[in-house]
Design a protein around this ligand. Structure first.
Ligand code: 3PG
Length: 383
């Protein structure tokens, strides 16, 4: 069992004094949105990161009511996640119907933990419906948000509950804010690495870090838009749907793009210089010279933040991302990583614990870095 670090325990105690938690009913918002395939939990990172908070509340004698969402095409039930959690910490009940929750909560003893079914089974969650929020709030006396990874959503359990109950940031949320805030006052030189897709959503982040960081490396499909802007042939490669103006990004001297790429066509697959890409080819990954390019840079930098894969990770073009992970670990430079695909890759390599901090957030990490806050954090501040 992981234990809560003294530092986090203090942060948590400051806001929810341990002796005052005894017997208190706490609505604990976690992000347990993990890949569930059949009976299998494919990646338990978010669950493991939530366990110290549960253990802490149990030891403090609180009555903890876990609420979370799950977004999956395969199942809309958190029952497998509840079963998985109970391997580490006892759950008194998994409550499938919100109508029945109040009766279950009445039976809870000090230190008990119950878990409610997927919040998103009720449309009121995503609609931020006040009646739904009120029904949740009626179950408890205190609300704790420990769900950094979904705190970018204006959903009922994130932004409305803090208006209805005395509310606090949990230790995992506090830890994420503390770690990621280092990006705004970083050790230098600072290298920001961003990959993946969706230039439209990531452009504000790239623009911001072109101001803050000493180097901004843009990889993944995001780089295709920049190659296009630079006038390279990119064949059938993925680009942003909307025609966005990237001149200011492309011209910025802090911007670095892959030196070479892996392309596929019906006839071939291989590493290519940017000027050799044909019209029938598709860029699917960063090439080996790109990894050397970043490894060189790592001799110079003191701090790295990395979010997003360098290749089409879901289609198994993962070599660039894996080699980047290895290069970062070998460099021993202080590095913060995040994003679902990035973490899945690093986890597969067994390197998760080699990074200084691993964020549970995907979209939330990107939005927090871009804006310095999230709707869920603002809601706690104004509660
Ligand atoms: C995530 O996986 O990024 C969070 O759980 C948020 O999920 P969502 O994108 O479905 O809101």
């Amino acid at each position: 069992m992981q234990t809560i670090s003294p530092d986090l325990k203090n942060q948590f105690k400051k806001v929810t004094d341990e002796k005052n938690l005894r017997g208190k009913k706490i609505l604990l918002r976690l992000d347990l949105n993990v890949p569930v395939i059949g009976d299998d939990i494919r990646d338990d990172f978010r669950i493991r990161k939530s366990l110290p908070t549960l253990e802490f509340l149990r030891n403090a004698g609180a009555k903890t009511i876990i609420i979370s969402h799950l977004e999956s095409d395969l199942t809309d039930s958190l029952s497998r996640v509840a079963a998985y959690i109970s391997k580490f910490i006892p759950l008194k009940a998994f409550v499938t119907k919100l109508d029945e929750a109040l009766a279950v909560v009445e039976t809870m003893a000090e230190g008990d933990i119950v878990m409610l079914e997927n919040l998103r089974q009720n449309p009121g969650e995503k609609e931020n419906n006040p009646v739904f929020a009120g029904r949740l709030a009626s179950l408890a006396e205190i609300y704790v948000n420990d769900a950094f990874a979904v705190s970018h959503r204006d959903h009922a359990s994130i932004v409305s509950l803090p208006r209805l109950l005395p509310s606090y940031a949990g230790p995992l949320l506090s830890e994420e804010i503390k770690a990621l805030s280092k990006a705004f006052n970083p050790p230098r030189p600072f290298l920001f690495i961003i990959g993946g897709v969706k230039f439209d959503t990531k452009l504000p982040l790239i623009e911001k870090f072109l101001d803050i960081a000493d180097y901004v490396f843009v990889g993944g499909a995001l780089a295709n838009d920049i190659f296009k802007e630079k006038g390279y042939e990119i064949g059938r490669s993925v680009v942003a749907q909307s025609g966005i103006n990237l001149k200011h990004v492309e011209m910025n001297p802090r911007l670095i793009v892959p030196a070479d790429v892996i392309t596929v066509s019906t006839l071939s697959k291989g590493a290519k210089s940017l000027d050799l890409i044909g019209p029938d080819e598709k860029i699917v990954d960063a090439g080996p010279r790109t990894i050397d390019q970043i490894a060189d840079l790592l001799n110079d930098v003191k701090f790295v933040i990395w979010n997003g894969p360098l290749g089409d990770y879901e289609k198994d073009f993962s070599e660039g991302t894996e080699n980047l992970a290895r290069a970062l670990v070998e460099s021993k430079v202080e590095t913060i990583i995040g994003g679902g695909d990035t973490i899945a890759c690093v986890r597969k390599l067994g390197l998760l614990d080699k990074f200084s901090f691993v964020s549970t957030g995907g979209g939330a990490m990107v939005e927090f870095l871009a804006k310095g806050t999230l709707p869920g954090i603002d809601a706690l501040k104004t509660s």
